[in-house]
Design a protein around this ligand. Structure first.
Ligand SMILES: [Fe+2]
Length: 312
């Protein structure tokens, strides 16, 4: 029986094996042998995940492809991975990305002590992120989409792909609206226009959110406070809470703002129908330089173009 902090892992899932379900991957912990956690990692079709070379938490981390067609990318070079091939991530000096051409299954072997703690933390944060999205009438795929596109835009802009940056982007985009927990539901779900007073309360989800992540039980989450706080700032300085302008706004927050706005426009909500992708792109273009950072909008539109304007 796997144990962590005197708790049985079986406490965490109905099936008995602890499971982490994200939109791109599903990970099932099988057990611990000789200090290594063994896990089955299913990568869904047309999805990807990344392994960060300088992730100092795990000294041993390898991926064995059991089934499916997978391409790996290292340093801009892409190649097909063989069935049975062992990729020892700890030996790589660069970030390695795995792309599922079909659904694929890996056996993951990784330092147990650190991974089990990480896994439980991820389970907890994932659950919390899903609760936040539900508050606003989305499903959890919303936060996962925003995370994926935020990271893609970041990479497209040639920003550093180190672990720390990617962790900040991931959890900053997942938790950008955590402050909505502090907003009364009658304001959050009000179908009509908000009064001035209600709008002031609504705007406080940025500063309240930053406070929540700073005080979060998962200590390192405090590092994403700047993204949470700045995701409604506007490029021309007319946003909130501080009216920051241009480069005063963190690039991470500028990216989340564009991707979040796009996802909101293209998703059916209780009070409005979704726009088409083309119309939403026009809205982004219209907001270039006023609401949105122009280079972020350009990068995002290029990525959408590459995906032939497929979204979701
Ligand atoms: Fe927000």
């Amino acid at each position: 029986m796997l144990t962590y902090s005197n708790k049985s892992f079986a406490d965490y899932t109905e099936e008995g094996n602890p499971t982490l379900r994200l939109s791109s991957v599903e990970i099932i912990l099988l057990g611990r042998w000789e200090g290594l956690s063994n896990a089955l990692l299913t990568l869904h079709k047309n999805q990807f995940f990344m392994v960060k070379y300088n992730d100092k938490r795990f000294e041993r981390e390898s991926y064995i492809l059991l089934e499916g067609v997978v391409e790996i990318e290292v340093n801009g070079c892409r190649r097909v991975m063989e069935i049975g091939e062992v990729l020892d991530a700890s030996s790589f000096k660069q970030t390695v990305s795995f792309y599922g051409e079909t659904e694929a299954v890996f056996l993951l072997k990784i330092d147990a002590e650190a991974y089990e703690e990480h896994f439980l933390e991820m389970q907890m944060l994932q659950k919390e992120a899903e609760e936040i999205e539900l508050l606003d009438g989305y499903t959890y795929h919303h936060c996962d989409r925003i995370k994926n596109y935020t990271i893609e835009v970041w990479k497209h802009l040639d920003m550093p792909g180190d672990t720390q940056s990617l962790i900040l982007l991931r959890w900053g985009s997942y938790f950008h609206d955590i402050g909505k927990r502090a907003i009364p539901l009658e304001i959050l779900n009000k179908p009509g226009k908000l009064t001035d007073e209600e709008w002031e309360i609504m705007k406080s989800h940025t500063t309240e959110g930053a406070r929540m992540v700073r005080e979060h039980a998962v200590k390192w989450l405090k590092d994403v406070a700047f993204i949470v706080e700045q995701h409604h700032e506007r490029h021309d300085g007319t946003g909130y809470p501080y009216g920051l302008k241009g480069d005063e706004i963190a690039l991470e927050a500028s990216i989340v703002s564009v991707v979040d706005a796009f996802d909101a426009m293209t998703t059916d909500r209780v009070y409005k129908k979704a726009l088409s992708i083309e119309d939403a792109v026009e809205e982004l273009k219209a907001g270039k330089g006023t609401q949105f950072n122009p280079k972020v909008v350009d990068a995002f539109i290029e990525i959408l173009k590459k995906k032939q304007f497929k979204w979701k």
